[in-house]
Write a protein that binds this ligand. Sequence first.
Ligand code: KIV
Ligand code: NA
Length: 264
Amino acid sequence: KGRVTVRDIAEAKRRGEKWPMLTAYDCMTASIFDRAGIPVLLVGDSAGMVVFGHESTLPVTVDELIPLTSAVVRATEHAMIVADLTFGSYQTGVAEALTSAARFLKESGAHAIKLEGGRRVEAQARALVEAGIPVMGHLGLTPQSVNTFGGYRVQGRGEAGEELMADAKALEAAGAFSVVLECVPAELAQRITDALSIPTIGIGAGGGCDAQVLVWQDMAGLTERPAKFVKKYADLATVLTDATRAFADDVVSGAFPAPEHSYR
Ligand code: KIV
Ligand code: NA
């Protein structure tokens, strides 16, 4: 029945239905998440860490994310595919944001983009929406600002909570179809969720959000030291380590390949 659309997302909030989102960066895992029924997949700039081996999301470029996004789009039939605008690809203004976002839609087939920030990127968000590009916002611990925050820490405590609320309302007014709330107190996330007509997508933001997102490698147990907000649903690191050692042992002992793995 086709792809999930921004209208389905809006409808879910009206009905009070919660939904899951995962990151995806390649065809095989994206296909699994799609067939498992995840309605929205994010090709996040977390690829900086979990794909490219950087220490932050800052080095990631649009040129790097486009091929990953293409793979995720090709591998899926049902999910809406959202791509992250990377650090330095939208901050200077509306023209830069439009150029970067349009590249994702034209070159990878992404259906929407995500950008970090509230009122400071309100003009960009509005221009993209006016150009027909669905925009997902991202507030709280916005990793592209890690150097300003002085580390990956909870945002929006105390007075800062009202600033965050104002940013969320600005994104809604600009036409964003949803907003990620990362690492904010659960009580604040609940208040923002109640105040907005668009869905909030929480990550480390408590159970009051309309949706929840995790980086898939965190969810599946590949990440070495995941954050407190992560729940590990599998232990893929152990599964892969055991498989790798068994393969290596079989090669050394001569047990692999057996006749059934050989041609005659
Ligand atoms: O890049 C990413 O994975 C993200 C999500 C954690 C929201 O932005
Ligand atoms: Na991101």
